[in-house]
Ligand binder design. Structure first.
Ligand code: 13P
Length: 248
């Protein structure tokens, strides 16, 4: 059976308990469990994972984290471990998002060890890669993404426990998604880079993120190698999120 598409929402640093309750009640009305071939996932701020896990599960929707520490526990003020995310009911964790790479200095090596920690605790890492505008204009986009995949993705990781998200930095939050050609080309390059790692990683799921909206989701999701979407802004609205999940 073909692997379902992953339609994942990254709420970033957005959402109070009241807003989460409002989102959940709207989502329930849209019957998110009736989507064969699509797996839905919401990654809210860590503060909301615990209380959203059960109601989301009742609607057939998974919950995940946006980051984790590579360690198990200890003196790491402000950090959250993969085991803690798992304990709250998470199935996935987003790692190496460009906002964390840019604002928190996360390197490919750090993303790599975080991904291994995620796997040790049964979480599926969603490893984000993507070039900046300057790198693209400099003709470096493909080399940058190849290197990010080579270094961030642990060797030997099982393909069915791996998601790689192609998120060109210049497309995030700008309303300007990458062109279909660019998305297709980069998914092909990521597939090749994964194939160079190990038998398992070669079949990891590859998804696209960067200004995915209800009006462009169908064409993006129809591309051959695109296995789903990582949605920022539009995932905060249950109607928009479900419109993307329904896009064909
Ligand atoms: P937007 O959908 O708001 O562009 O954000 C994309 C993103 O960063 C998802 O991780």
């Amino acid at each position: 059976m073909a692997r379902p598409m992953l339609i994942a929402g990254n709420w970033k640093m957005n959402g109070t308990r009241a807003e989460a309750a409002d989102f959940l009640s709207k989502l329930r009305g849209l019957k998110p469990d009736a989507r064969p071939g699509r797996q839905l996932l919401i990654c809210p701020p860590a503060t909301l994972i615990g209380e959203m896990a059960k109601p989301l599960a009742a609607s057939g929707v998974l919950v995940g984290g946006q980051n984790c520490h590579p360690g198990v526990n200890g003196a790491f003020t402000g950090d959250i471990s993969a085991g803690m995310l798992r304990d709250l009911g998470s199935s996935h964790v987003i790692l190496g998002h460009s906002e964390r790479r840019a604002m928190h200095g996360e390197t490919d090596q750090l993303v790599h060890v975080k991904a291994m920690a995620a796997r040790r605790h049964g979480l599926i890492p969603i490893i984000c890669v993507g070039e900046t505008l300057a790198q693209r204009e400099d003709g470096q986009a493909e080399a940058v993404v190849r290197e990010q995949v080579r270094t961030s993705v642990p060797d030997g990781i099982e393909g069915d426990a791996l998601v790689v998200a192609y998120e060109p930095v210049w497309a995030i939050g700008t309303g300007r998604a990458a062109t279909l050609d660019d998305i297709a080309t980069m998914h092909h390059i990521i597939r090749e880079a994964l194939a160079g790692k190990s038998d398992g990683a070669a079949c990891g799921l590859i998804i696209y993120g960067g200004s995915v909206k209800p009006n462009n989701a169908a064409e993006i999701l129809s591309l051959d190698l695109v296995g789903g979407a990582l949605i920022g802004g539009a995932s905060l609205d249950a109607g928009d999120f479900m419109a993307i999940a329904d896009a064909t």
